[in-house]
Write a protein of this length. Structure first.
Length: 163
């Protein structure tokens, strides 16, 4: 499948509720939307989303994206950082140096330049900042997040002490 199911029907209903709230507040559906089919929700693109709509400030965790227009890079970065969350973000640009400059100013645990914002690799430290996540998964960071380091010594016989 290109877009598979969410974790369950409740998750799909939650995503539908976010989209419905946005549309009721004036957002425009460019594709997708509608009612879920069990745990499936169609890939959806919205514009005209405002800070008054739940979808503007809540993590969606579903196949929905919002498209915003900006007059400057500074304005776009301010909006990207105006959230209690910080899992992942990305930018598509012809100028990778400019993309790097944006990445340095966006407060997320993961940032992709000229790639989708949902990506994972087993050696990469996956995780967010602010209210997005509890540490890092993957690679050395994942090992450290899920293990406790111990020092255990072992001798065949009792050690001899000088006292």
């Amino acid at each position: 499948t290109v877009v598979g199911p969410l974790i369950g029907e409740g998750a799909a209903q939650r995503v539908a509720g976010l989209v419905d709230d946005a549309v009721a507040g004036g957002a425009v559906v460019h594709c997708g939307g509608g009612r879920p089919d069990g745990a499936l929700y169609p890939a959806t693109v919205l514009s005209g989303v405002t800070p008054q709509q739940r979808i503007y400030g809540e993590e969606i965790f579903g196949p929905v994206t919002t498209v915003h227009g900006y007059d400057s890079v500074d304005e776009a970065i301010a909006v990207m950082n105006d959230t209690p969350y910080g899992l992942t973000a990305g930018v598509i640009t012809e100028d990778t140096g400019r993309g790097w400059a944006v990445a340095q100013r966006v407060n997320t645990g993961i940032f992709h330049i000229n790639d989708q914002s949902v990506d994972d690799a087993p050696q990469a430290p996956f995780g967010g900042v602010k209210d997005s996540g509890y540490g890092r998964f993957g690679g050395r960071d994942g090992i450290e997040a899920f293990t406790d380091t111990r020092w255990v010594t072992f001798r065949d016989r009792h050690k001899t002490f000088p006292f």
